[in-house]
Ligand binder design. Structure first.
Ligand code: ADP
Ligand code: ADP
Length: 228
């Protein structure tokens, strides 16, 4: 599903964010990505959805070679990858329903299918009863659930969550984790960058630790391994 070998990324300002990274992730895995700030975690995830290109090395995602992927094929790749951010990034003037439907409308699904799919996915994140609400009428946890619904509405093969619980209280964070686990159980590969020692050490999954742009640890059912 994701195969990176000997990957280097140096930004135009000369900062090297990835320094010979090797990673292989199979379909259906749930992987935590941990490591200190500035270690290269976000850069790693950005290579997956082609927000950034590698300077050197091979990046294969869903059998597509990111180096030779044409610009016009990027939207097709992105439809197979859902992304959830720490700060939700919902469109503030659109309702919950519209925020989720938006992703389907851009690919010209027929209206009846859109309606069914949006309500199904809102049901999955337990927000069917808030379809008409605006984002700022929701709690943080609810906003994150909307952003998860939006991310999975196209049945992506990969879901990338960049510190999805970073702005949430503990109870709400567990709720988000259970939803992510349910999504994973449907076969979606999940990569979650996190600084939550408690979550990683409680809901055990594969742990990939990145430091100075390299994988320094890769364990099935691993631990968080840092003191913060
Ligand atoms: P993490 O997600 O682990 O905090 P990042 O991948 O965001 O790490 O950053 C790795 C390094 O690359 C850091 O030194 C960061 O400042 C730098 N960096 C990240 N994005 C950019 C960018 N767009 N331009 C220049 N430097 C960047
Ligand atoms: P949490 O502490 O879990 O983040 P909140 O206390 O913010 O939750 O919200 C609790 C409930 O009140 C939620 O169901 C949310 O939808 C509702 N709510 C919060 N703020 C508003 C608002 N400004 N308008 C309408 N409903 C709101």
């Amino acid at each position: 599903m994701i195969d990176m070998q000997g990957v280097y990324k140096t930004y135009p300002n000369g900062v090297t964010a990835l320094n010979g990274l090797d990673v292989k992730i199979e379909q259906g895995e749930f992987v935590y990505v941990v490591g200190p700030s500035g270690a290269g975690k976000s850069t790693f995830t950005k290579l997956i959805y082609r927000e950034e290109k590698p300077t050197k090395g091979t990046v294969n995602v869903i059998d597509l070679d990111m180096a030779s992927l044409k610009q016009r094929s990027v939207p097709k790749l992105r439809r197979q990858i859902g992304v959830v951010y720490q700060d939700f990034r919902l469109l503030p003037t659109l309702t919950v329903y519209e925020n989720v439907a938006f992703a389907l409308e851009v690919i010209e699904e027929n209206p009846k299918n859109i309606r069914r799919r949006v309500m199904d996915v809102l049901d999955q994140v337990r927000l069917k009863n808030k379809a008409r609400f605006l984002p700022d009428e929701l709690s943080g946890g609810e906003q994150q659930r909307v952003s998860i619904a939006r991310a999975i509405v196209n049945y992506p093969k990969i879901l990338i969550a960049d510190e999805p619980t970073g702005n949430l209280d503990p109870d709400t964070s567990w709720e988000i984790m259970h939803i992510l686990e349910e999504i994973n159980e449907t076969g979606t590969t999940i990569l979650m960058a996190t600084h939550s020692q408690e979550i990683v050490n409680t809901i055990r999954k594969r742990v990939i630790a990145i430091e100075d742009g390299m994988v320094v640890r890769d364990e099935a059912r691993g631990e968080y391994g840092y003191e913060y």
